[in-house]
Design a binder for this molecule. Structure first.
Ligand SMILES: Cc1cc2nc3c(=O)[nH]c(=O)nc-3n(C[C@H](O)[C@H](O)[C@H](O)COP(=O)(O)OP(=O)(O)OC[C@H]3O[C@@H](n4cnc5c(N)ncnc54)[C@H](O)[C@@H]3O)c2cc1C
Ligand code: FES
Length: 290
């Protein structure tokens, strides 16, 4: 007998996940608590139906364990697979971390809004990120560097910080980006490491002040832990960024992901459908619950 997943097209019911297989698992960091899962759709029509843009997230489900929201780390220009980078946190993420390539799991989405891609056209980008929140910004950079999109966006300044070199995600990708036309990639670690390090040293907001990217024709995309965001916003404002030109992504706790359960609201906004991407100007009007 066919399972419910196989009988009903996922797109017709937003609660039913698409069946996917784990094609590859990459351990990202020395602490081994961050893994990237490369997922492939079992059905070609599902792959085509899953149309997304950088900034969006999806619910990843494991039978018997439940589902959790994760930012989509792949770019739509990487057409054959989805990437999710998952920190080992609790029950669902433990089940994912304990999985092996070949396992069948589910993906429900794409969910939420995107980075404001129309507004970003013709603009320079200042990308600021810390820790494992770099996921959707990896997606954004990959998307903008794709030859089909490159002429739509100006220069890209990226600052990505982690506690130590071993905690930086996507090391091969970061190396491949060095020298990419129009991209200034700056890596930072909190303290001078014992190993050779040719990047910056310092906390992200301080390194940002030192590097002082121009706010002239730029919009800032910021993803990181709440403490980093709290100190990065004033640094961006000192550099001349207006509140509506500082774009942030929230990671509030969620359940349904589609605006039905009321689990993720901040004031009158649902982070899962009105967000997760908001400008600082929008967030300032909301209660400080994020
Ligand atoms: C839009 C969005 C994008 C996200 N993107 C990523 C991503 O790319 N990579 C990633 O690793 N994680 C991401 N997260 C967080 C991720 O959803 C949670 O870590 C995950 O749901 C934990 O599931 P679990 O069953 O393993 O943990 P649980 O067993 O449910 O919880 C373990 C502990 O973590 C706490 N917790 C769970 N979810 C959150 C949360 N959202 N905020 C703060 N504390 C929480 C619980 O209260 C509990 O203390 C994202 C969340 C959102 C809403
Ligand atoms: S998670 Fe259910 S309303 Fe947002």
């Amino acid at each position: 007998m066919k399972s419910q997943v196989e009988e009903r097209p996922a797109a017709a019911n937003p609660y039913i996940p698409y069946p996917v297989r784990i094609a590859e698992i990459t351990v990202e960091n020395e602490a081994r608590d961050l893994k990237t899962f490369k997922l492939v759709f079992e059905r070609e029509e599902d792959r085509q139906a899953f149309a997304y843009l950088p900034g969006q997230f999806a619910e990843v489900s494991v039978l018997g364990a439940g589902e959790s929201p994760f930012g989509i780390a792949s770019s739509p220009t990487e057409r054959d697979y989805l990437l999710f980078t998952v920190k080992l946190t609790g029950s669902v993420t433990a089940e994912l971390h304990g999985s092996e390539a070949g396992r069948r799991i589910g993906v429900r989405g794409p969910l939420g809004n995107t980075f404001p891609w129309q507004r970003l056209e013709g603009k320079d980008l200042v990308i600021v990120s810390g820790g494992f929140a770099f996921t959707t910004l990896r997606s954004a950079i990959t998307y903008m560097l794709d030859p089909a999109n490159r002429s739509k966006y100006g220069r890209i300044f990226a600052l990505y910080g982690a506690r130590s070199p071993g905690e930086l995600l996507y090391k091969k990708q970061l190396a491949a980006w060095k020298g990419a036309e129009g991209l200034s990639l700056n890596l930072a670690v909190d303290r001078q490491p014992g190993e050779p390090w040719d990047g910056k040293v310092g906390l992200v907001p301080n390194v940002l002040r030192d590097l002082a990217p121009s706010a002239g024709n730029a919009i800032a995309l910021v993803c990181g832990p709440p403490i980093m965001i709290r100190y990065t916003i004033p640094a961006l404002q000192e550099l001349g960024f207006a509140k509506q030109d500082i774009i942030l992504s929230l990671e509030n706790r969620m359940k349904c992901g589609i605006g039905k359960c009321g689990r993720c609201n901040v004031g009158a906004k649902y982070v899962c459908t009105d967000g997760p991407v908001f400008s600082f100007a929008e967030l300032e009007k909301l209660p400080p619950e994020y």
